[in-house]
Design a binder for this molecule. Structure first.
Ligand code: 5FX
Length: 545
């Protein structure tokens, strides 16, 4: 057992419990990253047999992750840090992020187990019988069509639900997931004492008791009234009985939830006074990590691709999501999520570029802007925006064709992914101005050739921050900010020592003329792809009309 080390200069931890990995960064008072660690679920925890951190059911709609794998990953990463000599006593505060929408079901009586964790045992041993649902539904799940219809009906339609909760009913949103568990397994639901999001679940592990859900991640549930920041009684009632007591009270995202559980002081040598600041969703945490300012557009190129904007006045629509801002109690963030992100890019890379990013990038940069009018749609799994599936290729005359040559395919994939993002951001009311900056993050933000296409399609400069892992960094920033947030100091003031974003790509001369007509065509072809999906998959995938 680690004895408390002598205090030295403080540091702050930021965690990210994402789909494929558990990650942590430590920053010092100058906001310099002093430590990073990762546990990869597939590689480091092979006993759970996940692929990409998840189990995909044979119906292709149900997607889950084993909750004990997440707990074991935390044990592992802390042990790894301890053996590398990391001084836990320095940590003044920690916060974290989780993949959004996923949910964890704690069995009756578990809070007292959390409050009395024996320091000589790893967490996964103490918590092994604490979950009423052992495989947690996650954001990739789209099996709750029936529950979405019920919820929209109960509140008076999709637009009404969007006005209340920031989004129309989405299959992956937590309220619908809870409703499915309740309707299929009322016994399991009745034995559930508390329901956490992935973010508040991770916070609970550090706090040693059930942690509150924060407003920002709470906005991804179809249950929170985003303006009043309280649970919506009508939405709760439509999903499951006595849900409010199972969710606890939502809290501001910058709230200090309490001090770290004595378990961590005794086992790892944390200072007992280390504060746990509310955890939030990975996209809100990325917004903090990138220090997004009004007018900027952030694009995260991860397992899912997401695009987010800082907004003052929420205008929820039938497409996209409005979430409470994680860093400013008066503001909101708009979020668009595209499911076929890096997994799709990796698939094409493996098929056409022998699994090598270098080769992929070489081919990409050898092709011309606009791809000679060839356009492709690459939706390996049912996309969120647009609700379409399949691979669709069109030549310059808008004729469907079965194949593209390798280099056309690679450019069609990347250009198509970015054209979709621009079109749907503009549909949300976003205008690209001469001052627009695109802030890119996530795995693919290391790839200069991909970022060049992004810059060209948007006709705007692209910046990146030092680490591609903005959710982790944002969580560390939020830990620093949490200590002073009550005095209304903005996050940007607290982290102003952090290195600013770096310019990595500027638009190629003349690209705007190429993309203007191409974007228009992409939009029209997207409608064809949507119609095709409706004809071919309506029955099988139970799409909403
Ligand atoms: C956002 O709405 C999403 O569903 C995804 O970006 C998840 O947060 C990925 F973790």
């Amino acid at each position: 057992m680690a004895a408390a080390a002598a205090p030295s200069s403080p540091c702050y931890l930021g965690w990210d419990l994402s789909t494929q990995q558990l990650k942590v960064v430590a920053v010092d008072e100058q906001m310099t990253v002093i430590h990073e660690d990762t546990i990869n679920f597939d590689k480091d925890l092979p006993e759970f047999g996940t692929q990409g951190g998840v189990y995909v059911h044979s119906d292709r709609l149900t997607v889950m992750s084993p909750v004990l794998m997440w707990v074991k990953a935390l044990d592992m990463i802390l042990e790894k840090m301890k053996s590398s000599g990391f001084n836990f006593y320095r940590v003044r505060a920690l916060s974290g992020a989780g993949q959004q929408h996923g949910s964890v079901y704690w069995k009756e009586g578990t809070n007292s187990v959390l409050q009395n964790l024996p320091p000589d045992l790893p967490l996964h041993q103490s918590l092994k019988s604490c979950f009423s649902v052992s495989n947690s539904p996650i954001w990739m799940d789209s099996s709750t069509y029936a529950q979405c219809c019920c919820l929209e009906k109960a509140v008076g339609g999709a637009q009404k639900l969007a006005e209340i909760s920031g989004s129309r009913a989405y299959e992956r949103f937590t309220g619908n997931q809870i409703a499915k568990i309740y309707s299929q397994n009322p016994e399991v639901y009745s034995k559930t004492e508390r329901i956490s999001l992935v973010s508040s679940f991770a916070a609970s592990l550090f706090l040693g008791s059930y942690a509150s859900i924060d407003y920002s991640d709470g906005s991804g549930m179809n249950l929170l009234q985003i303006r009043e920041k309280v649970w919506s009684p009508i939405c709760l009632d439509a999903c499951a009985p006595e849900l409010e007591r199972r969710l606890g009270h939502p809290v501001p995202s910058s709230k200090i939830l309490g001090s770290i559980s004595p378990y961590y002081s005794k086992r790892y040598g944390f200072n007992p006074d280390c504060k746990v600041v509310a955890f939030t969703g990975d996209n809100p945490a990325s917004l903090a990590g990138m220090r997004l300012a009004e007018g900027d557009i952030a694009i995260s190129l991860g397992t899912s691709d997401t695009l987010f904007l800082w907004i003052k006045e929420p205008k929820p629509a039938l497409e996209g999501h409005i979430l409470c801002s994680p860093v400013d109690s008066q503001a909101y963030m708009a979020l668009l999520c595209f499911k076929n992100g890096s997994l799709m890019r990796e698939k094409i890379r493996d098929e056409l570029a022998s699994g090598s990013w270098k080769e992929f990038s070489k081919v990409l940069s050898s092709t011309t802007v606009g791809n000679d009018g060839n356009v492709g749609f690459y939706f390996d799994v049912m996309e969120i925006i647009p609700e379409a599936v399949g691979i669709h290729r069109f030549n310059a005359h808008n004729q469907r064709i079965p194949d593209f040559p390798k280099e056309v395919e690679i450019r069609a994939l990347i250009e198509g992914q970015f054209m979709a993002k621009r079109i749907h951001a503009e549909k949300l009311g976003y205008k690209i101005l001469p001052s627009t900056r695109i802030l890119a993050t996530g795995g693919a933000s290391y790839n200069k050739e991909i970022l060049q296409v992004l810059s060209d399609v948007f006709s705007a400069p692209v910046y990146t921050i030092d680490t591609a892992n903005s959710a982790c960094l944002g969580s560390a920033y939020r830990a620093v900010h949490g200590l002073v947030a009550e005095t209304n100091v903005p996050l940007t003031d607290v982290v102003k020592l952090a290195p600013g974003p770096k310019l990595v790509a500027t638009p190629t001369a003349g690209v705007a003329q190429v993309y203007q007509p191409l974007l228009k065509r992409y939009m029209e072809l997207e409608q064809q792809v949507l119609n095709w999906t409706k004809q071919h998959h309506m029955e099988k995938l139970k799409m909403r009309p």
